[in-house]
Design a protein around this ligand. Structure first.
Ligand SMILES: [Mn+2]
Length: 515
């Protein structure tokens, strides 16, 4: 009998300096965990990273936007010594040149079966699969990426590429590989669209996540590695073992397969908590000099924000408005000249954007790279967009407003709720979904929004291309996309805003009335 352990990381998101909300921990702990597992395993270990490894942390933003060099991520990946690298959706965020330069520096084979050259239909970012022979055992690894990327990404970031259905392409290669290998591994940068015990859908079945369907309909798979949703999953489903190791290196997943004469005898999996392991190898040296340079840049003070913080509760800020969000809306309005603006309050760090603001604080409060878009909509579109937006909120039996549980589980999606400016919304959340707007008032004219009229609305590029599954945002409605991104625009405000501009925001941040 031979044992093989598949070790996997996913969605590490460049957290080499410290983890979100865990300043004492970083990917150095993840590396220590990987080393510990390898040293304490007396049979072969095959290591796979599932992608989303160059974007997310403020350090990753420093590398892409300031140093304009992501070589540090390739160096780190190479030093860890993976056997395969998979592509995540966030690998597309900073454009083709940045992405390709990093991928070319990665030693491990890049596996991606379903992102293809639009003309030739051949895999464009690496090989579709790889067959390894380890201790006499034949292992097939298929790499797959969620094909939903065009629903989030700027078109110029995937020019010349086509995204084939992840499920269908994986199924196609699984049938080809199965007769050739003893163990078939699918490494899928995507998650599960259904509950793995009840098979109840967990979300609208858009194709973003197809892991459950792979488990149900591709029996050829022995090990299904997943990511993208940042969930902690470790279980057997039928004959397949499947795992997902969370976010930012918080867990390392292992799946151990016992095989004899080509037959699989046993599968077991584990999620290893990385907070328990300290780096003793001075891996830190591998990420120098970027680490030190990045820290210096992150600690630089950009200017002073004179913003009121009427609440530190992110829930209250979302339902009543907050000056920080008004600042984002005002920046989008001045950049695009749109009639109205909508933007999400991404996380609960907004109260830090007050007083002296460093690059670190700015990127904690606004961590994404997003440009600003102007979209042309009818008044009817605006009604439908805001009705869909309001589905984020429900009223419980006690008559209190709360977050719709569908936006909390399985993946928190609070970033899909936008707050508006330039239009005053009067809404009654006790009415059925889709019928909650009582009136929409154009703040410029004080007239109601006319359903037949044409308006312009400023939103993030993510929203404009369809992010968040708002049906009314389609690419044909985009009239303008800014050159600068929202974080850069925030930096300019910190440098240039007058006391009058700050005061205006502090007085005019509320645009919603609950009935
Ligand atoms: Mn991710």
């Amino acid at each position: 009998m031979q044992k093989i352990t598949f070790l996997m990381t996913s969605d590490t998101h460049g957290y080499w300096l410290n983890l979100p909300n865990k300043p004492e921990q970083s990917l150095l702990n993840t590396v220590a965990t990987i080393n510990h597992i390898k040293e304490n395993t007396d049979h072969p270990v095959v290591s796979i990273d599932l992608g989303d490894f160059i974007q997310g942390s403020s350090f990753a933003t420093y590398c892409s936007q300031i140093a304009k060099d992501g070589n540090v991520f390739a160096r780190a990946i190479n030093e860890i010594g993976y056997d395969a690298q998979i592509i995540g959706n966030h690998e597309f965020n900073f454009g083709a040149e940045y992405r390709q330069t990093i991928l070319e520096q990665v030693n491990a084979p890049i596996l991606c079966c379903n992102i293809v050259n639009a003309e030739t239909q051949a895999p464009a970012l690496g090989e579709a699969y790889k067959i390894l022979e380890v201790a006499g055992v034949k292992i097939g690894i298929i790499g797959t990426t969620t094909h939903y990327i065009p629903n989030w990404e700027l078109p110029q970031h995937y020019e010349g590429l086509a995204f084939k259905d992840a499920f269908e392409t994986t199924q196609y290669y699984a049938k080809i590989l199965r007769p050739q290998v003893d163990i078939l591994v699918v490494a899928y940068h995507g998650g599960y669209e259904k509950d793995l015990n009840t098979w109840e859908p967990l979300e609208e079945l858009t194709g973003e996540n197809q892991g459950a369907r792979m488990l149900q309909e591709i029996p050829e798979i022995d090990v299904l590695l997943t990511g993208h949703q940042h969930r902690l999953i470790n279980q057997q489903v039928g004959k397949t073992w499947t795992v997902q190791p969370g976010y930012a290196g918080e867990r390392v997943a292992t799946v151990t397969v016992s095989v004899e004469n080509g037959e699989i005898l046993e599968l077991t999996g584990e999620l290893h908590d990385t907070s328990k392991y300290e780096d003793e190898t001075n891996f830190k040296a591998v990420i120098e000099p970027e680490r030190t340079q990045g820290e210096a840049w992150l600690n630089h003070v950009l200017g002073e924000a004179i913003l009121d913080v009427p609440t530190t509760s992110v829930f209250e800020a979302r339902i009543n408005g907050i000056p920080f969000v008004e600042l984002l809306n005002q920046l989008q309005l001045s950049e695009t000249n749109a009639d109205f603006s909508a933007v999400a309050l991404i996380n609960d760090s907004f109260s830090k954007f007050n007083g002296p603001v460093t690059n670190e604080i700015l990127l904690e409060v606004y961590p994404y790279y997003n440009r600003m878009a102007k979209v042309q909509v009818t008044g009817q579109d605006l009604y439908e967009i805001i009705e869909f937006d309001l589905e984020y909120l429900i009223v419980n039996d006690a008559g209190e407003i709360e977050v719709n549980p569908e936006y909390v589980y399985p993946k928190p999606r609070h970033y899909n709720y936008d707050l508006f400016s330039g239009v005053t919304i009067k809404a009654d959340l006790k009415q059925p979904l889709g019928q909650r707007i009582q009136t929409l008032i154009n703040e410029k004219t004080q007239e109601p929004i006319d359903r037949g009229e044409i308006y312009t609305l400023a939103v993030s590029q993510y929203r404009a291309v369809g992010g968040g599954d708002y049906k009314n945002y389609t690419k044909d409605k985009i009239r303008f996309i800014s050159e600068i991104d929202i974080a850069t625009s925030l930096r300019e405000a910190l440098a240039n805003y007058t006391p009058e501009q700050w005061a205006y925001i502090n007085e005019n941040y509320c645009h919603i009335e609950w009935m």
